[in-house]
Write a protein that binds this ligand. Structure first.
Ligand code: HEC
Ligand code: HEC
Ligand code: HEC
Ligand code: HEC
Ligand code: HEC
Ligand code: HEC
Length: 278
């Protein structure tokens, strides 16, 4: 009886796995190979290793080693659409090293989704599957002179926002990090083999700042001091959205007078005209 019961359960799971659009990814069905395993073993294990530990033979001579998929702290903050982009378009599409090629083709979208689910199973601590945060940008995010990723820096590696935007706490402008601040890590981190980081090294060698494209801007007749808002305990994400999940930063909030006033009224901050219009 129990043998049959198991077989039926297995069949039902097989049907769910092959037939349902909303199946749970990241969880191998009991008694069955994960639907992404065959693809992984064929296309990925050569570099990423059979168990995701970046110890495949193809990784031995790479200038930049693949990250260990076993490290949940590093992998779990990476959203599915980021992994999808990396696998379908190649790692260079997000500014990572071009030695990781594009896989669409040969893989279909479905195979890529399955392989993402399989990669998630390696993570320790386990991947806490959660719905993607939907944010609606005001305008498409501009392309920046270097393909710098907040997902990699603020999401995966959890570098504090204010380590790079050091003015936020003490002045009007949050500010952008100097080339020197970037080089504090990148003299060593990924120093060889990534063209985006080579661009950073060229700016450093030529003592030139990076011409980042400005995204958020209130008109000149408006005064917006970051420090007062940070001191009031507002998280960056209140106004900028979940930046640590954005490959390229886009403006989320309207930055209109109505938007400022609405929050000021709600939080009993001043509504005095001259406060915002000196
Ligand atoms: C030729 C070797 C190679 C193969 C084959 C390869 N990768 Fe990679 N992969 C890399 C390298 C190298 C990186 C790291 C790039 C970097 O950090 O700049 C990487 C990065 C990644 C990342 C990004 C992880 C992160 O922390 O941002 C994912 C996801 C990934 N690979 C998945 C896959 C999958 C899935 C396959 C198979 C379909 C695959 N890779 C095949 C070499 C490879
Ligand atoms: C505290 C350390 C640290 C600082 C500061 C830092 N990075 Fe990184 N950066 C990393 C790490 C770690 C990676 C991941 C390396 C890898 O997987 O190849 C990375 C990856 C990258 C990449 C490839 C992935 C991507 O698209 O982001 C680029 C490009 C990059 N950094 C540029 C910069 C620039 C420009 C700055 C300054 C604005 C900067 N980094 C500051 C640690 C740092
Ligand atoms: C390693 C450095 C680094 C870290 C950490 C970092 N940023 Fe950034 N940030 C940058 C760089 C470089 C730019 C300019 C390029 C771009 O837009 O991606 C930027 C741009 C921005 C912008 C857009 C600025 C504009 O022109 O309007 C916002 C908003 C922002 N970051 C918020 C954050 C928040 C919030 C965090 C933490 C969750 C964070 N950043 C963490 C380096 C960093
Ligand atoms: C109360 C809303 C609010 C909060 C909270 C907030 N910002 Fe901003 N941010 C803005 C507005 C409005 C602008 C445009 C300001 C301007 O044009 O002078 C802006 C602009 C920026 C810019 C580009 C211009 C500059 O100031 O350098 C960066 C970078 C930035 N914010 C990062 C951050 C970071 C990091 C945090 C958290 C430490 C943060 N912001 C918190 C509203 C906010
Ligand atoms: C999410 C809530 C929120 C938003 C959005 C917001 N503010 Fe504020 N703002 C505050 C709070 C809270 C304070 C009060 C801080 C205090 O009392 O110390 C404040 C204080 C200020 C101050 C007082 C500074 C001083 O020196 O007294 C100015 C100026 C200001 N905001 C301008 C703006 C402008 C301009 C915008 C829109 C572009 C804006 N704020 C959007 C919450 C917000
Ligand atoms: C909390 C900050 C804040 C306060 C308080 C505030 N404003 Fe504004 N005001 C703004 C911002 C931000 C803009 C820019 C809006 C935009 O570009 O959509 C603006 C724009 C304006 C404009 C130009 C509108 C246009 O369409 O060009 C006028 C006029 C104005 N404000 C008048 C006032 C008056 C009068 C008061 C007092 C009753 C006041 N504001 C209080 C933030 C504020």
């Amino acid at each position: 009886m129990s043998r049959f019961g198991g077989a039926i359960a297995g069949l039902v799971l097989a049907l769910m796995v092959s037939g349902s659009a909303t199946r749970v990814i990241g969880q191998p069905a009991k008694g069955l190979a994960h639907p992404g395993k065959a693809t992984y073993d064929q296309y990925c294990a050569t570099c990423h290793g059979d168990t995701g530990q970046a110890d495949g033979p193809g990784a031995a001579n790479l200038p930049i080693k693949p990250p260990p998929f076993t490290d949940g702290r590093l992998m779990n903050p990476l959203p599915d659409d980021f992994l999808f982009k990396v696998i379908s378009e190649g790692a260079a599409a997000v500014g990572l090293a071009p030695q990781m090629p594009a896989f669409r083709p040969p893989l279909t979208d479905r195979q890529i989704q399955d392989v993402i689910g399989y990669v998630r199973t390696f993570a320790q601590p386990p991947y806490p599957a959660r719905p993607a945060v939907a944010v609606q940008p005001r305008a498409p995010a501009p392309k920046q002179p270097i393909e710098f990723s907040h997902i990699v820096h603020a999401g995966s590696y959890r570098i504090d926002c204010q380590y790079c935007h050091a003015g936020a706490r003490r002045s009007t402008f949050a500010g952008l990090p100097s080339v020197e601040r970037c080089m504090g890590c990148h003299k060593i981190v990924a120093a060889q083999g990534n063209p985006e980081i080579q661009k950073l090294h060229e700016h450093w060698n030529q003592k030139q700042s990076i011409p980042w494209v400005r995204i958020h801007k209130v008109p000149n007749y408006v005064y917006f001091p970051h420090k007062r808002h940070v001191a009031a305990g507002l998280a960056c994400q209140t106004c900028h959205g979940p930046v640590e999940t954005m490959q390229r930063v886009a403006q989320i909030a309207p930055l209109s007078m109505g938007w400022c006033i609405e929050c000021h009224a709600r939080r009993q901050a001043s509504l005095d005209c001259v406060m915002c219009h000196h």
